[in-house]
Design a protein around this ligand. Structure first.
Ligand SMILES: Cc1ncc(COP(=O)(O)O)c(C=O)c1O
Length: 471
């Protein structure tokens, strides 16, 4: 038996004994035939032929797979709309698992709060990630050019975050040259940034910095930052901290309230499986949202000290009075602007039902740690030595410093062929030019056998890429 054959046997046992193996059946897994199809396949209504082999989908860091119950819940929502029209806003239906549209945001926040370790009132399911980062900055970034005006972020931040910071500065009449501080990794090749380095940059700019914006998990390297330590250190220096949790929410346990995080935003289409561009999440620590007064003619700013407001942020009791006196909802919900897309919210909560079935983020993380460690072991143990020399895992080896994802840097020039061969073998993951592939086993639907299948296909892909290079 080859190494890989032995590993397949081992993986089968691990999958069989996995207490969370039942959640995979909750998802639509694209088959290899589906992926090769150039037609619109009715996957939702027609069950897959038993001869169709599942693809190996390791791309939940980019777009999570679709829970089967999403369609059920969305059809229930569409039926509510079809039968009730505008009454759907207020009229509860006895046998419906869905709330009235008026209460859909509150239920979504309640279900989302444990995912990020927040109090229910500290979470709002609203807008999208970049929009929420802008809203948070509009609320909490109050630069003073003679005092605190700088924003610190990492030099390889996701471009949207970089653009958001740059334009916030310009919006305030400031220049990125003087007010934007970029944390460069001391290791320019792999871009991993030690906590000590982040702290030293904060310290160096402590007197002039107003805001720190960092990702919980770095999208390129997969590094999980030490959120409590960094937050605490920044606070000691009077700096407000916002975390971009795009790659962390639904991936690793978070304790935003207890870690005293000021504010955070995340998307729901990665590990939270809510569909491309679905509505995002926002956290505002209870310390930072205490606004209780209505707008008065004398002191209008007291009603919304720190936010741009919209009618959906207004207390439900007076929202429909239309009196143009803003009474914010307590907590993060008071940052809402518009009435949310119920199709979106229904999709998010359908997925959060699956998280609840799994027992929440803690058991999922336990499985995730085992899955990613298994993948790492296979890469070291089962690939021939000459192939191991062709790549390097750049994600930190310490499980406490990473989530599900391993980022693999390939020797220069191999990426295109490797991706092509993986795809031809029904393996879906993503690339980051020039040389990195990101492999993310998601514990809700990936298996130990997926990890072996990937390593087998990766080995074949490297072989093909090397042959092509030497031809
Ligand atoms: C780390 C990070 N920040 C921001 C974004 C932008 O998200 P959105 O398009 O939802 O605003 C992404 C998207 O993938 C991301 O990965």
């Amino acid at each position: 038996m080859s190494f890989l054959e032995k590993s397949f046997e081992e993986a089968k046992e691990l999958d069989r004994d996995d207490p969370l193996n039942f959640t995979r059946a909750e998802f639509h897994i694209p088959s290899k035939v589906d992926l090769a199809s150039t037609h619109l396949v009715d996957k939702i209504n027609k069950s897959q032929l038993s001869t169709d082999e599942d693809s190996i989908y390791l791309c939940g860091n980019s777009l999570g797979l679709q829970p089967k119950r999403t369609a059920t819940r969305i059809i229930q929502h569409l039926n509510t709309w079809a039968t009730q029209g505008v009454q759907g806003h207020f009229k509860p239906l006895e046998d419906s698992p869905l709330p009235t549209w008026l209460n859909a945001d509150a239920r979504a926040a309640r279900m989302m709060a444990p995912i990020v370790g927040a109090e229910e009132a500290e979470v709002a399911v609203m807008q999208t990630l970049t929009a929420n980062l802008h809203l948070l900055m509009s609320a909490f970034y109050k630069p003073d050019i003679r005092g605190r005006h700088k924003i610190i972020l990492e030099s390889k931040a996701f471009p949207s975050d970089h653009f958001a910071v740059e334009t916030q500065l310009r919006h305030h009449g400031l220049s990125p040259e003087t007010s934007m501080v970029l944390i460069q990794s001391p290791d320019s090749e792999d871009n991993v940034i030690p906590t000590s380095h982040i702290l030293s940059v904060i310290e160096a700019h402590a007197q002039s910095t107003a805001l720190l914006l960092l990702p919980g998990i770095q999208y390129y390297t997969g590094q999980l930052f030490d959120i409590p330590t960094i937050t605490d250190f920044a606070h000691k220096h009077g700096i407000f901290v916002i975390w971009d949790l795009a790659h962390a929410a639904g991936n690793v346990p978070l304790s935003l309230h207890d870690w005293n995080v000021d504010a955070a935003a995340w998307c729901t289409y990665k590990y939270l499986n809510s569909g491309p561009g679905a509505i995002g999440g926002l956290f505002v620590h209870s310390r930072n949202s205490a606004v209780t007064k209505a707008i008065t003619d004398e002191k209008p700013e007291e009603g919304y000290q720190n936010r741009l407001a919209g009618w959906w942020g207004n207390d439900k009791k007076t929202r429909f009075v239309m009196a143009n006196k803003f009474h914010p909802v307590r907590g993060a919900a008071g940052f809402q602007l518009s009435n949310p897309s119920i199709i979106d919210i229904t999709s998010v909560t359908a997925s959060l039902e699956v998280f609840e079935m799994a027992g929440g983020i803690v058991p999922l993380r336990a499985k995730s740690l085992r899955l990613t460690a298994f993948l790492e072991t296979l890469l070291q143990r089962d690939m021939p030595a000459e192939q191991r020399a062709l790549f390097r895992v750049i994600t930190p080896a310490d499980p406490a410093q990473r989530g599900a994802q391993l980022s693999i840097r390939l020797r220069s020039g191999l990426l295109d062929t490797v991706m092509h061969v993986l795809e031809a073998n029904g393996v879906i993951l993503d690339e980051r030019k020039p040389d990195v592939i990101r492999v993310a086993p998601a514990p809700l639907y990936n298996t130990f056998q997926d990890c072996v299948g990937f390593v087998k296909a990766f080995s074949a892909a490297l072989e093909a890429a090397c042959k092509e290079q030497s031809a």
